[in-house]
Design a protein around this ligand. Sequence first.
Ligand code: WTA
Length: 709
Amino acid sequence: MADDVNDAIDEETAESSEALIAVHWREEEYYDPPAKLTAQANASSPAIREEYTEDKFPDSFTAYADLLTWYKRWDTVLDTSNAPFWKWFVGGELNASYNCVDRHMETHPNKAALIWIPEPESEAHQAITYRELYVRVNEFAAVLKDLGLKAGDRITFHMPMVPELPVAMLAAARLGVIHSQVFAGFSGTAAGHRIADSGSTVLVTMDGYYRSGDLLDHKVKADEAVEAAAKEGQEVDKVLVFRRYPGQYSAETPMVEGRDVFVDDLLAAHKGEIVEPVPLAATDPLFLMYTSGTTGRPKGCQHSIGGYLSYVAGTSKYYQDIHPDDTYWCMADIGWITGHSYIVYGPLALGTTSVIYEGTPNYPDAGRPWRIAQQLGVNIFHTSPTAIRMLRKVGPDEPAKYDYHFKTMTTVGEPIEPEVWRWYYETVGKGEAAITDTWWQTETGGFLGSTLPGVDKMKPGSCGPAALGIFPVILDEDANEVPAGSGKAGNICIRNPWPGVFQTIWGQPERFVSTYYAKYNTEPESKDWRDWPYFAGDGAVQSADGYYRILGRVDDVINVAGHRLGTKELESAALTVNEVAEAAAVPVVDDIRGRVVEMYVSLKPGYEATPEVENKVKRAIETDIGKIARPKNIWIVPDMPKTRSGKIMRRVIAATSNFTDTGDITTLANPEVVEKIRQQVQSAKVAKNEVPRELSETELHEIRSFGSE
Ligand code: WTA
C-alpha cells in the first residue's frame, strides 16, 4: 500500500487491511491418492462431485440422511423461514442412540463397537461389542431416567477418555437429554461456568484417570465445578462418579453426602433394564459443545440430532473412508468436537470399530501409537498437527519399527507445515496412505474442506477443495470476492447452509447471528440462504487449482495445540489478580504446539513487578481455564501500546514476542513504549534461548493481523 494512501485512512481501516495483505504463497507439489485405496474407497471417482453441485442443493444431502434409520421421514429438506437459524430434515424423527447402537446390535452384535486402551500398558485393552454397548447404554439411560431427566433437559459431563463417556453420551441421546461434555483437562471452574450456562442439574464425572503415568484425582474438579456453578446461581443436585477401577475409589477427595453417588452403585439397581429410544424431532438438539470466542462467556454451540448425525455419518463415509469392517482410531479427545463427530457419532453411526485411548500419545515412549496400531490392526488413523510434530520430534524413526498399515490418515485442528506433512506421509503412512487434512470447526459439526482420499491429489499444507455440497467463498473486508489464484488472502465464508452446521449459541441467539452471519448479510429480513454467508473467522487463500490454504483465526482466538483459547477469557483470568490493571494475550509460534500464549500485564499504581505477581497470573489462568492455557511467559510491562482510542494493539506485542516487524506504529497514542517493551521482552528471550526461528508466510500472516478484527 502506498504511504500517502496509508496516511489518509484511519487507523481502524489500516488494521483490517493488514489481514488482506498480498502475499506470494509458495506452491507445493502434488501427491497422488494411493491406487489400492481408490480401488476400495467409498468415493472412488470424481463423478461423485456431480451429485453435490449447487443446482442439486439442498436435496443432495438426503443421501447423507439416508445413511440413518428414521422413525419418520422428513417433509422438508431445508427450512430457511427463520434465517439464519436453518432447520434440516424438518418433520423427520429419529434417535441418535438407536442409530449408533441398536441397529448395529441387531445386525452384528458381536463386533467391537469400541476398543478402549488404558494408558498403563500393563492393563489389557477392553473390546466392547455392539451388544455390550447396547446393554451399557440402556442401563445408564435407566439411571438418568430414574433421576428424572427427560428430553430437552441438559446434563454436563466432565469425563476423561474412557468408554463410560460414549456410553453416557449415547444414554443421554437415547432420552433426548442434551449433553454437554467439557474437556477433562479443563479446570473445575471452567466446567462450572459451562454447567451454569447450560442450566445442568446433574454432573457426570470420574474419580481419576491416567495421564503420562500418573493417576490423576479428577473428582476434586467436580467440587470446584459445583461451587463455581452455584456462584452463577446454578445448583447441581447430583454428581455421578464413575470409578476408574470398579468398587475401588481412586480419588483423595471425599464424596459429598447426598450429592455424590458412585455410578456402579446406581447401575446395580438397573441391571439388564431396557429403555426404549425416544423418537425425537430431527431439529431437536443433540448436544452442546462449548468453544471460546471474543468475549469471556463461552459459546455453547448447539447441534441438532438429524442434520448433525447425517452430516457426520456422510463425511465419515466419504472423507475418512470408513467401512464397517475397518478399525478406526482417532487420537483426539472426546471432549472436543473432533471426538464427538469422529470418535463417537460418525464412526458408530456407520457401525465400525472405534478405538479410544486414555492417555498421552508418547507414554511410555514415542512408539506407543504405532504399537497400538499394530496390536489392533488399525487401518484408519486420525490426529492433529501438534501430536504429529511431537511424535516426529521425540521418535522420528519409531513408526518403521512396527508392522501396521494405514489406508487413510487424517489431520485436523491447525494448519500443518509441509515438512511435518511429509513426515506424516512418508514415515507414519509409509508412503501408502492418503492424508486427509480436514478443515472445520466446533460450529460446523463436520468437515468443510478436505480432499476425498481415494479421488483427489494431496497438496501439503492445503486442506484441499471444499467438501461435497459445501460452497465456500473468500471475501475481503468490503465483501468483494477474492478470486482463486490471486495470491491474496481474505475471510473464508460458506455461502450455503449444510446439515452439520450448529443451530444457535445456547441462550445467545443474537450472538449467533452477529458473530457468524451479520458480517456479510445485507438483507436482515431475507429468507434466502444466498443472503447469509457463514463467516468462519478464519483467514484463507485459494490457489488456482481450487485448493484452500487455511491461515488461522482472524478473531481474538489463539489456537494452542489445536485448542481454541479466547484472548478475552485469558485476559479476564489475569485480571482477577488484584495487582493487575491491564492484560493482553498474544500467540507465539511454537514448534510443537503450533502456538502458545504469552501474556502481557501492566500493574496498578504502587505495585512492583515481582515473580510473585507472575505466579499469581499463571495460577489464575490455570484455575479459571486449565493447564492447557498456561502462558509460556508473563511479561509485566510499564504500559501497553495503544491506539488513540485506547485499544490495546495486540499485533504490536505479538510481533514483539515473535521477533517480527511491528509494522507501522506511528498511529499509536504511545509509540515510545513499543521500543521499551521490545528491549525488555526480547533481551529476556535471548537470555532464555527462546528466540524463534524465521516464521513461515502463514505464521507471519497471523502475527501481523492478530487482534485486528
Ligand atoms: C483451525 C476443530 C488449518 C481453524 C475441528 C478453525 C484448521 C479452528 C484446520 C477450529 C485445518 C481446524 N487446517 N486450520 N485442517 N482445522 N483449524 O473449533 O482456525 O476446535 O477455525 O474445531 O481450528 O477449531 P475447533
